[in-house]
Design a protein around this ligand. Structure first.
Ligand SMILES: Nc1ncnc2c1ncn2[C@@H]1O[C@H](COP(=O)(O)OP(=O)(O)OP(=O)(O)O)[C@@H](O)[C@H]1O
Length: 594
């Protein structure tokens, strides 16, 4: 089993931008050290021993930095680790309105300001596309913990297996391997970045948001977005496979009750939030103390659900969000205290390797009494089976692949034509400029014609050259712009074709294994929808890959932005909220990631 060198939880500080940043109270020293000064409390008497300066050492201070940099420093390592098979957690903690949701999810509907979750999704699928030696299975879940109740934020999606809490309701359950899972929480298989973003936006729509004195869209709950990754080697025909869980956690805001004076429902919410955060703090304190053998995870739903995600077998990163104004310096201090406790928690991540029961069965039977268990006839050659698959089970995705190839070929032909056109125009511009220059030189040597008013007079031939040059330049600019668009379109079509091809091959592999290589009794298990997963992807999901050409024309030069906006808009349309359908403000803004 591979392991990563044990270390501590990584902790970063991120500040919400404000014009009133309390520079005299909060001091950043070397990119890692934060000093906080607080005025002595006069109500406690003139003479008191209260300290008024604190120093905290963290892994990094993210002050005035872009979402992209935050992801690069905080998220990327954890995400890449998860693709390798290491569990990972990125968690945002801090007072209400300090920027936790902005950090983890990002500003709603803005590609540049998307947060860690959409970027992590993009990275996971990028890696999946790159790693052709493995097949990946990516599933998502989105859990909300509101007033000590577990809520499935993706329960509204009909037709997903495992959806619905079942008779016992939702609950955190301990697993034999020491981890935890949530009974009744729906898991959704996703095949592309766009499908995954659809689910994220769907879940966002369902979150419980309240208005708070410090944040008009305050999240009144804890949310855990989890990417479950499973990978099998394509080349090694062994039963081993690797799984990992990537948890992206947005905690509810920590707030002193006295400060905001909530009432009614808000008071109840605030009490639940504070209680669960204080249990979280107790669990962290216990985890940081190596002499402790009991960690009080079961005190709250939050700590129980995060049992296997806070240090231990997990790459854990905490972002401590602060709102650095003088009025909030106490919250800043308490956030930093929490962060420095968290930093003492040890991590010891290992790759989560398992053995596939189906393949193990196959290998086992194959080596002992193959004739009893393996299918009676020998499997057909793969090339023939592939042709059959394309004509039957895989016909829909194969049709989409063919259609996309046709569009790609058309786009390429158009690109060639335009490139030739641009080159021809450029040559004409050059030759017309040369002729004009020569004409001018000749005129200069003969002397310039001047009108009766003393204005230089253009010769008719020279005038026609000047006009021709102007027209050519206008035409060149138009062609160039068109060329730029068609290039982006070609890239995007190529991306879709690659995606369809990978999908066709992956589905064929699953179908071939299940149809010809598995023992008949195992095939029967798969058919009856037993505990063993079927490998085929439903056709309606495959259809979602269909190329919606017109809709993408606007967004042609940035495929990943296209995916982001398309998923966002689809969710907004489906849910029918009064949210804006978002399109990029201008192509320039879209392509330059802040
Ligand atoms: N780094 C940042 N850059 C730009 N805007 C930010 C940043 N951080 C926070 N904001 C803005 O501040 C406001 C509050 O942020 P956010 O909702 O993320 O806070 P929060 O900590 O999640 O609050 P709560 O605990 O109430 O849910 C939002 O309007 C958000 O867009």
């Amino acid at each position: 089993m591979s392991t990563q060198a044990g270390s501590e939880v990584k902790v970063f500080l991120r500040t919400r931008p404000t014009a009133n940043f309390a520079e005299n109270l909060i001091e950043y020293v070397d990119g890692q050290t934060v000093n906080v000064h607080q005025k002595k409390d006069s109500r406690k008497g003139v003479v008191n021993n209260q300290l008024n300066s604190w120093s905290f050492r963290l892994d990094g201070v993210l002050h005035d930095v872009s979402q992209e940099e935050v992801y690069a420093r905080v998220g990327r390592g954890v995400v890449l680790g998860a693709v390798e098979g290491y569990n990972g957690t990125v968690m945002c903690f801090g007072q209400t309105g300090a920027g936790k949701t902005y950090t983890i999810t990002g500003a709603s509907g803005s590609y540049q300001e998307r947060g860690i979750i959409p970027r992590a999704i993009q990275e996971v699928f990028h890696e999946v596309d790159q790693r052709s030696t493995h097949t990946f299975r990516v599933q998502l879940s989105y859990l909300e913990i509101y007033n000590e109740s577990l809520v499935d934020l993706l329960a509204s999606l009909r037709g997903c297996p495992g959806a619905g809490p079942g008779p016992g309701g939702m609950a955190v359950v301990e697993e034999a391997c020491g981890g935890v899972s949530i009974r009744g929480l729906s898991l959704h298989l996703v095949h592309s970045e766009e499908e995954a973003l659809n689910l994220l936006f769907e879940g966002e729509m369902n979150r419980i948001i309240g208005t708070h004195a410090l944040n008009k869209n305050s999240s009144r709950s804890h949310c855990i977005f989890t990417v479950h990754i499973e990978s099998h080697s394509r080349t090694l025909s062994e039963a081993k496979y690797v799984t990992s869980k990537l948890n992206l956690v947005d905690l509810a805001g920590s707030e002193r009750l006295g400060k905001i004076e909530p009432e009614g429902q808000m008071l109840k919410e605030a009490m639940y939030i504070n209680k669960s955060l204080s249990f979280l703090e107790q669990a962290i304190l216990a985890l940081a103390d190596r002499r402790r053998d009991h960690i009080p995870f079961r005190q709250s739903k939050l700590t129980h659900a995060l049992k296997d995600s806070l240090g231990g077998n997990c790459n854990t990163v905490l972002v401590a969000n602060i709102y650095g104004e003088a009025a909030h310096v106490e919250e800043t201090l308490s956030t930093l205290r929490f962060a420095s406790r968290m930093k003492r928690v040890q991590t010891d991540p290992i790759i989560n390797q398992h053995t596939d029961p189906v393949v193990r069965l196959l290998l086992l039977y194959g080596s002992s009494s193959a004739s009893d268990c393996l299918p009676s006839s020998s499997p057909p050659p793969k090339a023939d089976a592939f042709e059959d698959f394309k004509a039957e089970q895989g016909s829909e995705i194969n049709r989409i692949l063919k259609e996309n190839k046709v569009v790609l070929l058309e786009c390429r032909a158009r690109l060639r034509e335009l490139t030739e056109g641009v080159n021809t125009t450029k040559r004409e511009i050059d030759s017309t400029s040369t002729t004009l220059r020569q004409w001018k030189d000749r005129q200069q040597s003969q002397g310039q014609f001047i009108s009766a008013d003393g204005v230089p007079v253009l010769d008719e031939a020279e005038l026609s050259l000047v006009l021709r040059l102007r027209d050519l330049k206008t035409h060149y600019r138009q062609q160039y712009e068109e060329l730029h668009c068609i290039k982006a379109e070609v890239n995007y079509c190529q991306h879709l074709v690659d995606q369809c091809r990978t999908r066709l091959l992956t589905e064929f592999e699953s179908w071939y294994n299940e149809s010809f290589l598995l023992p008949e009794e195992v095939q029967a298990l798969l058919r009856s929808g037993g505990t063993i997963r079927p490998g085929l992807v439903p056709v309606d999901k495959a259809l979602s890959l269909h190329f919606e050409r017109r809709r993408y024309e606007l967004l042609a030069d940035s495929p990943s932005a296209t995916i982001f906006y398309s998923a966002h808009n689809r969710t907004v349309k489906r849910v029918g909220q009064h949210t804006h359908i978002c399109t990029p403000i201008s192509p320039n803004i879209m392509t330059t990631d802040r």
